[in-house]
Design a protein around this ligand. Structure first.
Ligand code: HSE
Length: 319
């Protein structure tokens, strides 16, 4: 069988992690797929870094369109982030009839409705497991595992950076800014960490999950938003004295008037599982009518967990 040829856009934390994963698990991936997967092209702002990551066999370019328009690319993997170049590249890839894998929650939250419609029109797959809750296969769970249920609500810790900050502040009394810096160094935070600490990133992910769970269009702009930047160490300490932990939760549920979407710091009794999800770990609690409550737990950010997520989905459609 011919190898599957991947074109990677972006060689930052997740892009680099994806290339490494493909190299490290090449034999296992080939065994499962029945054919090999090779990175034929990559686009990066930093060609030196790209070459260090990809080696000399990969055709490198600073122009994403060199990848998106290339004949020797079957799947475009968009790992740039944001809604400018990434959006143009994803749209062009779809128009070129290429399958797309993206970890870009902002792009999907803001333009997902039109991009999914375009993908359907061009009969290509748009896969996005890595966009929500890092390494947790929550998209697959919502789309398939829970498909026979009527979902009532979802509540989740879905931003690794803010959970890491809150955990470190509580456990070690660390200062907000120094933990944020650590999260950036560990590759957890967004390029602009305001998205993490002000709740936008969680709202992006929540609006994607909500649309899947309730069968509605993605509705990010109506999400109530409050981040963790105004929390102080003493808030966390007082909560602890009262038997609670403070977590940044994304909550979506059916209510009388429609669907509720909100992201804000929440007091959770310390005996609850969610309260004990610490560090960069994420957890998503789903309430559904037939199965009842299920919870999904795993690393929510970082190169390897995020890189691992998209394979779960891209494997599925290979015929
Ligand atoms: N900045 C994100 C987070 C990365 O901390 O959760 C994973 O989406």
């Amino acid at each position: 069988m011919q190898p599957i040829r991947i074109g990677i856009l972006g060689t930052g934390t997740v892009g680099g992690g994806t290339v490494k994963l493909l190299q490290a698990n090449a034999a296992e991936i080939t065994r499962r797929l029945g054919c090999s997967v090779l990175v034929s092209r990559a686009a990066s702002r930093n060609l030196e870094r790209a070459q260090r990551i990809c080696g000399t066999d990969v055709h490198l370019s600073t122009d994403v369109m060199d990848v998106v328009n290339a004949e020797d690319v079957d799947i475009v993997v968009e790992l740039i982030g944001g809604t400018t170049i990434a959006k143009e590249a994803v749209i062009q890839a779809i128009k070129n009839g290429k399958h797309v894998v993206t970890a870009n929650k902002k792009l999907l939250a803001e333009y997902g409705n039109e991009i999914f419609a375009l993908a359907a029109e061009h009969n290509v797959m748009l896969m996005f497991e890595a966009a929500v809750a890092g390494g947790i296969p929550i998209i697959k769970a919502l789309r398939e595992g829970l498909a026979a249920n009527r979902i009532q609500s979802i509540a989740g810790i879905i931003n690794g950076t803010s959970n890491f900050i809150l955990s470190e502040m509580r456990a070690h009394g660390s200062a907000f800014q120094s933990v944020l810096k650590q999260a950036q160094e560990l590759g957890y935070a967004e390029a602009d960490p305001t998205f993490d600490i002000e709740g936008h990133d969680a709202a992006h992910k929540l609006s994607i999950m909500s649309a899947l769970a309730f069968g509605t269009p993605i509705n990010y702009t109506h999400c109530y938003l409050e981040g963790i930047s105004k929390l102080e160490s003493q808030d966390i300490r007082y909560a602890e004295e009262l038997g609670y932990r403070i977590k940044l939760l994304g909550i979506t549920r059916r209510c009388e008037k429609g669907i509720e979407l909100r992201v804000h710091p929440t007091l959770i009794p310390e005996t609850r599982l969610l309260a004990n999800v610490e560090g960069v770990m994420n957890a998503v609690l789903v309430q559904a009518d037939m199965v009842g409550q299920t919870m999904y737990y795993g690393p929510g950010a970082g190169a390897a967990p995020t890189a691992s997520a998209w394979w779960l989905t891209s494997w599925m459609w290979r015929d």
